[in-house]
Design a protein around this ligand. Structure first.
Ligand SMILES: [Zn+2]
Length: 442
């Protein structure tokens, strides 16, 4: 069965019709180069609908999906398990995986006590080892693309780009720019420009990343805005996260948080703002891309984003783990956190389809990647394989709709349900703990 989601997000039945890209037919002659994966396919579609094929096939050539349908033959049999797109985490800090779960207190004291000392040491072999660990953890959680912040050391940026390329993941990567209360501040802008010129590419974008208003002088903010404009780079930063922070921004800059960024040329069409918890109507009019980090906002007691205001603003809303203020890199957990906190808020919270779409295609759109986020021809074969029995319990009613299945994935999925993760049609290494169990660390 295939399905289309209407405006309300519900899946409505539609005839199963395998579809293929225009170039597929011409590539059929080279069947040997194509890998066909077979399983229970479920994905949002870029036209707003959904597809569900209970016995479906993905044809993948050179890492790209060339058709989705119901072929007779396969190379990789994943039945009866589910094949869904990999997640896109639109806000995470690579060095902070090591401090997940500590100090559930306010943002500013957490930064001073835990984050800055940790990031100050995030360089050299330690940065390489831990960045690799981060990517392995990210993949083990079903996330195949992300917007990432490294430490302020240029070396940690180099390492992150190298590994992102090695794994083939789409990413935004940027060092947190800071010159106030900073653990390093020499040549920050010059280095950022050098890194951007060295690394920015179609799949791995260099993101201009002023850490947040309080860590930057006006000159640095202005320089960051100039750099983004000059090289046409995306921008990622934090906005209106925590009441103490917002009070201090107003005290220091004598204007609102968004105006500080606006005056520096940092509010651009492809600027991505994390948190957006404390926003007025005028703020919502100015942001076009938002990374919603509900777990982090609860952990640091920052507050709860106004879901109806966010969705009514027309901005692209995506999901971020915000590790290390989020407890881990699980977007499953983030979807459920968003569900739980907004279900009891005034107005309508997100439904399961909306959450799974945000975690996949929504994230891809927020990062401006048109070739990931869904299982459609022309998109990178980035997908996760979910153990059917972990998602659908034995004895489940046979006539379940696709809507029910999406709901089960959102509410029951986690890393233990993930059997395999593929990026560009390539099987990713097993989760780190599996390797540790099977291969003793010397
Ligand atoms: Zn953050």
């Amino acid at each position: 069965m295939a399905g289309d989601a209407g405006a309300g997000g519900r899946i409505v039945p539609r005839m199963a019709s395998p579809f293929e890209s225009e170039q597929t037919a011409s590539k059929r002659g080279t069947i040997g180069a194509v890998t066909v994966f077979r399983g229970h396919i479920l994905s949002p579609l870029s036209n707003g609908g959904w597809i569900e094929l209970r016995d479906g096939t993905l044809e993948v050539e050179d890492g790209v999906i060339v058709s989705v349908g119901s072929a007779e033959k396969h190379d990789v049999d994943l039945r009866p398990n589910l094949i869904i797109p990999g997640f896109v985490d639109t806000h995470a800090h690579v060095p902070q995986l090591a401090i997940c779960g500590v100090h559930p207190d306010g943002l500013l004291s957490w930064l001073r006590k835990w984050v800055y000392p940790l990031e100050a040491e995030f360089q050299g072999g330690r940065a390489r080892e831990l960045t690799k660990w981060f990517f392995r953890e990210m993949l083990a959680n079903g996330t195949t693309s992300a917007a990432l912040l490294t430490s302020a050391w240029p070396e940690s940026v180099d390492i992150c780009f190298e590994l992102a390329r090695e794994y083939g993941v789409h990413a935004w990567i940027g060092p947190p720019l800071m010159d106030i209360g900073a653990y390093r501040r020499a040549r920050v802008l010059e280095e950022a420009e050098e890194l951007a010129r060295r690394w920015d590419s179609k799949r791995q974008r260099f993101a201009v990343t002023p850490r947040f208003a309080l860590s930057c002088s006006e000159e640095l903010l202005q320089g960051a805005g100039d750099l983004a404009r000059a090289l046409d780079l995306p921008v990622q930063t934090h906005l209106n996260e925590n009441p103490d922070e917002i009070r201090e921004v107003r005290h220091r800059f004598r204007r609102s948080y968004i105006e500080v960024y606006e005056d520096a040329g940092l509010v651009r069409p492809n600027s991505l703002f994390a948190h957006c918890v404390w926003m007025g109507k005028r703020d919502w009019k100015k942001v076009r891309r938002v990374s919603h980090c509900p777990g982090s906002n609860l952990f640091l007691k920052s507050g709860i984003m106004d879901w109806p205001a966010a969705t009514n603003s027309g901005a692209l809303i995506s999901l971020g783990s915000d590790v290390g203020a989020g407890p881990d890199l699980s977007i499953y957990r983030v979807m459920r956190q968003a569900w739980s906190i907004h279900a009891t808020q005034k107005g309508q919270g997100p439904g399961p389809e909306e959450l799974l779409r945000m975690a996949t295609l929504g994230g891809a759109e927020a990062l401006g990647f048109q070739d990931i986020g869904s299982l459609e021809p022309g998109r990178s074969a980035d997908f996760q394989v979910l153990d059917w029995n972990r998602i659908v319990p034995p004895g489940a009613p046979p006539a379940e709709s696709a809507h029910d299945l999406v709901s089960r994935i959102v509410h029951r999925g986690d890393r233990s349900a993930i059997r395999h993760v593929y990026v560009s049609g390539k099987l990713m290494p097993p989760p780190p703990e599996t390797e540790r169990r099977t291969r003793p660390v010397p």
